[in-house]
Design a protein around this ligand. Structure first.
Ligand SMILES: [Zn+2]
Length: 257
């Protein structure tokens, strides 16, 4: 792409291109600019700073109520974590999805009034996102403690579902959940939360995979948003949820209010 652009610049300095050359070059540039737009994924500000609540961005694509920006604080639905809500230019964002090209598509409650190339300001619903970050971090802690208390064979039967109210994960259980042991999971998790352990989250070198780590637990692959310190979670309640099917039990985490 660079060589083509340079070619055009040199030629236009040396002499005016013929109308046919001009048309071909402008077509090439338009095609390449288009390619550039669709191959650079939306910059994920929610990974760079999960505490970012507001941002400025440039509109890359608009299709009725669907908007793609060059960067965003809005987390798209994925990995069991619900999408962020909020506003772009004062218009409510009612859903956020990721497409095959890794673009993040913001769904507005009505048709967008802004156009490609315009600057916009976005604001996420921070209280909701902060609750999601606390619950997501708590889910990792509970995941490891479940195995400590119920044994290594206590593995998740689902990837978990998370919104701002609850985190729900189904585990394989041959027998009914022992309520005393589940109470122990809650106590152990709250002990770790109170200890104020540092939580790290980072992207690997190719920029495609995200990881979570909190001592003494091993690294876990996770693209979600998390708090930086376990104490920020406050406290949690761990409950048995509605039975999801034979040989499974649903474990639900909620924040202590
Ligand atoms: Zn996670």
């Amino acid at each position: 792409m660079v060589s083509n652009l340079r070619g055009l610049c040199t030629r236009s300095i040396c002499r005016e291109p013929s109308s046919q050359e001009y048309w071909q070059d402008s077509k090439t540039i338009r095609a390449e600019v288009h390619l550039l737009v669709i191959t650079i994924p939306t910059r994920r500000l929610f990974w760079e700073d999960p505490y970012g609540r507001e941002f400025d961005a440039t509109v890359l694509k608009v299709d009725a109520n669907k908007v793609v920006l060059d960067q965003t604080c809005f987390y798209p639905r994925g990995g069991g974590q619900t999408a962020d809500l909020g506003q772009i230019q004062g218009v409510r964002v009612v859903g956020v999805e990721k497409d095959d090209a890794s673009d993040i598509i913001h769904m507005l409650e009505k048709e967008a009034s802004f156009k490609m190339g315009e600057k916009v300001h976005g604001v996420i619903d921070w209280n909701r996102r902060h609750r999601i970050m606390k619950l997501h971090s708590a889910a990792h802690i509970v995941y490891y403690i479940m195995q400590q208390v119920f044994g290594e064979n206590c593995k998740p039967a689902s990837s978990g579902l998370l919104d701002d109210q609850k985190e729900r994960t189904d585990y394989w259980f041959r027998d009914k959940v022992d309520q005393e042991k589940l109470k122990k999971v809650e106590e152990e998790a709250n002990k770790i939360i109170e200890e104020g352990r540092v939580i790290a989250a980072w992207t690997d070198q190719d920029g495609e995979s995200r990881f979570w780590k909190m001592d003494p637990f091993p690294v876990m692959a996770c693209a979600g948003t998390h708090v930086k310190n376990s104490r920020e979670i406050g406290g949690i309640s761990v409950q048995r949820g509605k039975k999801p099917g034979k040989g499974k039990e649903r474990i639900e985490i909620s924040l202590s209010e």
